[in-house]
Design a protein around this ligand. Structure first.
Ligand code: ZN
Length: 283
């Protein structure tokens, strides 16, 4: 899309307007037709030449503005959900078994500093006797993959997240632990939960911290302090953060509120979080 709606005053925002004042528009843009949240995508180099800057969104089905399709990269274990997972009521996640890695696949064009990069999936899980009802090994990434397909995934399943040492990080019924952002309830604050949802945009603060934003300044953000940001970038071998636009996230962490009432989610280690990125394909 080359034009979107600015929700603050209903005006139209073009790519030129956005480039001139990104802070004004970021997190406040929607598709003119279907009203889904939009984000700015910088121009970048492809095999077929430079792609111009545009706006992207996860459109409603049938939106005429949907000139591109978002394709998930490295969804994990989707087929297993039908056959194995359905027969087991218990899920075990060992956070230390998740591996991160990423390959920079494309180079900057002159107009951008934003090479698309790809997340590599964590290794295929070892399934422990799913058919006979033993707990299923799952990764955070798999659970996120399931949730993006079916936001009600996990009904009736218990979850046990453990560290390599065997220490329990989180335990309970999966649906009680899951919080879909932005639907944070008063009861969720200051407790460890599993947050998941969509990232619309990000901001880097002067102190080096990274804010992954659901939308505008008043809506929820995941805050990675500088060390955690650098850790995540190293684990995923990231040079650039713009691939977070439109990503789905899952974070085992705690939500708190700023003085102005903005919810912010924090977490301890890169292994407590996972992201699914999307690449755009022309229709
Ligand atoms: Zn649309």
């Amino acid at each position: 899309m080359l034009e979107v709606k600015f929700t603050a005053d209903g005006s139209r925002c073009t790519t030129d307007l956005f480039i001139a004042n990104p802070d004004k528009y970021q997190g406040l843009l929607i598709c003119l037709e279907c009203g889904k949240r939009a984000w700015f995508t910088k121009s970048y180099k492809t095999k077929n030449g430079d792609r111009t800057a545009c706006f992207s969104a996860r459109h409603e089905d049938g939106s005429l503005k949907a000139t591109t399709i978002l394709e998930a990269e490295d969804m994990e274990g989707i087929d297993q959900d039908e056959n194995g997972d359905a027969t087991s009521a218990d899920i075990v996640i060992n956070l230390d078994k998740t591996k991160h890695g990423s390959i920079e696949k494309s180079t900057d064009s002159d107009k951008t500093t934003a090479p698309p990069h790809n997340w590599e999936p964590s290794p295929k899980p070892h399934v422990i006797g799913g058919k006979s009802g033993f707990p299923m090994d799952r990764s955070l990434r798999q659970i996120l993959s399931y949730l993006t397909r079916n936001p009600l995934y996990g009904t009736g399943k218990s979850l046990h997240i453990q560290a390599e040492s065997g220490r329990t990080v989180l335990e309970g019924m999966l649906r009680d632990l899951l919080v879909e952002v932005p639907n944070i309830k008063e009861d969720d604050y200051t407790k460890m939960k599993i947050f998941w949802g969509e990232i619309n945009n990000y901001t880097e603060k002067p102190d080096g911290s990274l804010w992954l934003n659901y939308g505008s300044w008043s809506e929820p953000s995941i805050i990675l302090n500088k060390d955690l940001k650098l850790d995540v970038m190293e684990k995923y071998r990231m040079k650039d953060l713009s691939r977070f636009h439109g990503s789905h996230f899952i974070v085992v962490g705690v939500v708190d509120k700023s003085k102005k009432g903005k919810p912010f989610i924090t977490s301890g280690f890169p292994k407590y979080m996972n992201f699914i990125n999307y690449r755009e394909r022309e229709r």
